[in-house]
Design a protein around this ligand. Structure first.
Ligand SMILES: [Zn+2]
Length: 416
């Protein structure tokens, strides 16, 4: 896309990011040493403190408590689970262009996980928990904003940073607060890791996580078998129906991932539950699957002596490549080309907070974080030679938007 904007004006200001690699690496090392697994409230609080300290040059982040969310336990009961705070930092909300920068500070590694230390793997690679997903991204975000604020383009753009504590468990507590806090932004920038070669995510499937609980009636397997109603075998039938939803609609997948229930062999089991995840490319697919799940649950309830409940829902709507999203990607791609940081896109079945922001009408680029890989494993790594490059790309987007170079589709001035 020809943005009609000369990136040469940005170069002297972007040049300041050269030499910041060590500062970003130091932040990543410090943050990766703090365990902030999604369920670790003390660790999340410590991480929030560390973030507030690092962001202090830009202001004091506001800490917004988030609501508890329901979780289905193995015994079928529902309990409330609390999480950490949403950190919010805002500057120039009245500026002509507004952008939301967001990323999570939780990781998939709980306090009991053996992967807890950072180590070097060659000159340009750091291995450690959360170094790419997404603590490296937070460092990139911070340094991009510092560069923007040091530039004359800052006056043209207002920004809001959102750092949430529960993305790795689906942002169930933070999703609504994130969407509300991002309202009014022209676009959003999220700092999930890019692939090792820099490829970023385009369209993303939506995701729903569910628990289907079946209850029957316990009875002695020898004395009174006929009085029993077997929740386990009833649920087994429903599981096969769930699995049969695969292959019907293009790209729709149902992964039955866990089963709990049953017990001693001399008792007809009165409780069983299945946990499953559904991925859908379009909102229409989500509606069709929702109807199918209601049918399967109703089928269970229609059986003699069986009661069934379905918990969960589509917490991540699909992120589709609509016109606004394509417009933003074309603008980012054009700017990347002009900077010598070529941008490639690949659609993915994975989800992130970009799904929810896109569904709320805020187009976004969600993989502006570091280049890295093996995330969610004990080999997670960040490419340290990507830190300055990624901060430069983000700073350039912010500066160019501040200079008026981003024009939303349909806005006055968006004419050839
Ligand atoms: Zn992530």
């Amino acid at each position: 896309m020809d943005t009609g904007f000369d990136v040469a004006a940005l170069r002297p200001h972007l040049a300041r990011i050269r030499g910041r690699r060590a500062a970003m690496e130091a932040l990543i090392r410090r943050w990766a040493a703090i365990n902030s697994g999604s369920g670790n409230r003390a660790g999340l609080a410590a991480m929030a403190d560390a973030l507030a300290e690092a962001f202090a040059p830009l202001g004091t982040p506001e800490r917004r408590p988030l609501p508890a969310v329901a979780a289905v336990a193995a015994d079928g009961t529902v309990r409330e689970e609390a999480t950490g705070d949403l950190l919010v930092l805002t500057r120039r909300p009245e500026a002509p262009r507004r952008v939301t920068l967001a990323i999570h500070y939780d990781t998939v590694y709980g306090p009991d996980h053996p992967f807890r230390t950072v180590r070097e793997a060659g000159a340009d690679t750091l291995v450690g928990p959360g170094v790419a997903d997404a603590k490296g991204g937070i460092a990139v975000l911070l340094h991009a904003l510092l560069a923007l604020e040091d530039s004359p383009f800052a006056a043209g753009i207002g920004w809001r940073v959102l750092l949430n504590p529960d993305e790795e468990t689906g942002s169930r507590a933070s999703a609504a607060a994130m969407v509300e806090a991002a309202a009014g932004a022209d676009f959003a920038m999220l700092y999930e890791p890019a692939l090792e070669d820099g490829t970023m995510a385009g369209a993303r499937k939506g995701s729903g996580t569910f628990a289907l609980v079946a209850r029957g009636r316990a009875a002695h397997a020898g004395r009174d078998f006929a009085a029993g109603r077997n929740a386990l075998t009833a649920l087994a039938g429903a599981i096969l129906e769930l699995d049969a939803l695969n292959g019907r609609d293009d790209g729709v997948t149902v992964n039955v991932a866990g089963v709990e229930g049953g017990g001693p062999v001399n008792v007809v089991p009165d409780l069983a539950l299945a946990r499953f995840n559904v991925r859908v490319p379009t909102p229409g697919d989500a509606a069709r699957v929702t109807a199918a799940l209601a049918r399967i649950t109703a089928g269970l309830n229609a059986r003699d002596g069986i009661r069934a409940e379905l918990h969960g829902g589509f917490g991540r709507p699909p992120k589709v490549a609509d016109a606004r999203q394509q417009h933003l990607q074309a603008w980012v791609g054009g700017l990347g080309d002009a900077l010598g940081i070529p941008v490639r896109w690949r659609d993915t079945g994975g989800c992130c907070d970009g799904n929810n922001l896109a569904a709320a009408g805020i187009p976004n680029i969600d993989t502006l974080g570091v280049r890295g890989g093996r995330i969610h494993s004990d080999g997670e790594f960040v490419r340290l030679d990507s830190l300055e490059e990624r901060a430069t790309l983000s700073a350039a987007l912010l500066m160019a938007a501040g200079a008026g170079a981003f024009v939303p589709p349909g806005a006055a001035g968006d004419r050839p």
